[in-house]
Design a protein around this ligand. Structure first.
Ligand SMILES: [Ca+2]
Length: 237
């Protein structure tokens, strides 16, 4: 019985250990979608951003929107900055979301040979239930000039991590040169619901009933007369 409790505790604790995995692949067409949890159509959804390109972009276009008057469906941050400058998008989702990953779709100007304009050198996400106390969920580097690095000016970055429950998400983009990064879409990968505490209890009770059944059979077969004799027979479990 002690062994069983220790195993269950170990499984519970292992689920709480943070881990992050990111992958970047070149794609010929950047993704747009409206069927994920980071979507402008969600009740209570709002978005804030650092300064955008004045030509007419709308920050909601990074989350399924098509509201911009210039290249609708894309977001471009303001030019005339410096390499290493950090631009951001912050969303409030109305209700707390449980997510286990994000997908960033973007492209730089490397379809023009030699250009790294509109590229991102580092992508970070922070999250929390209060906009004043967000914590970093992951941070990952990208290589400038996507065409050279990933085989395509368009890239898709997939980040997966242990489940995060939050209603504020901040996405930070570090630019590679003076030009503003371009964002096509940020999608949420929704967390798969975990077994509830009651399900775990159910599994525990099932395991116990199996042990008890084995005990009864064993005592019948072995002619065990006491609990201590039974423990010796099945190894003291
Ligand atoms: Ca989307």
């Amino acid at each position: 019985m002690k062994k069983m409790i220790l195993v269950l505790m170990a499984l519970y604790v292992s689920g709480a250990v943070a881990s992050t995995h990111t992958e970047i692949v070149g794609v010929s067409v950047s993704n747009k979608s409206s069927d994920d949890a980071f979507d402008v159509s969600m009740h209570g959804f709002s978005v804030m951003s650092s300064a955008l390109h004045p030509a007419g972009f709308d920050a909601s276009d990074a989350f399924g929107g098509m509201a911009g008057s210039f290249f609708p469906g894309e977001v471009i941050f303001q030019d005339n900055g410096v390499a290493g400058q950090k631009d951001f998008l912050v969303i409030e989702t109305g209700e707390a979301l449980a997510i286990a990953g994000v997908r960033l779709s973007t492209y730089d100007d490397s379809y023009n040979p030699g250009s790294s304009n509109r590229g991102i050198g580092q992508f970070r996400m922070l999250a929390g239930s209060d906009p004043g106390s967000l914590v970093e969920i992951f941070s990952t580097m990208l290589s400038g000039n996507y065409k050279q690095s990933y085989g395509s000016a368009g890239v898709e970055l997939n980040a997966s991590f242990d489940k995060v429950i939050a209603s504020y998400f901040l996405f930070e983009f570090e630019r590679v040169n003076s030009t503003g990064p371009r964002i096509v879409e940020i999608d949420a990968i929704t967390a798969v619901p975990e077994p509830s505490v009651f399900s775990l209890f159910g599994a525990g009770i099932l395991a116990l009933s199996i042990v008890c059944r084995k005990t009864a059979k064993c005592m019948k077969r072995q002619g065990c007369r006491t609990r201590s004799q039974h423990s010796d027979v099945i190894g003291g479990f």
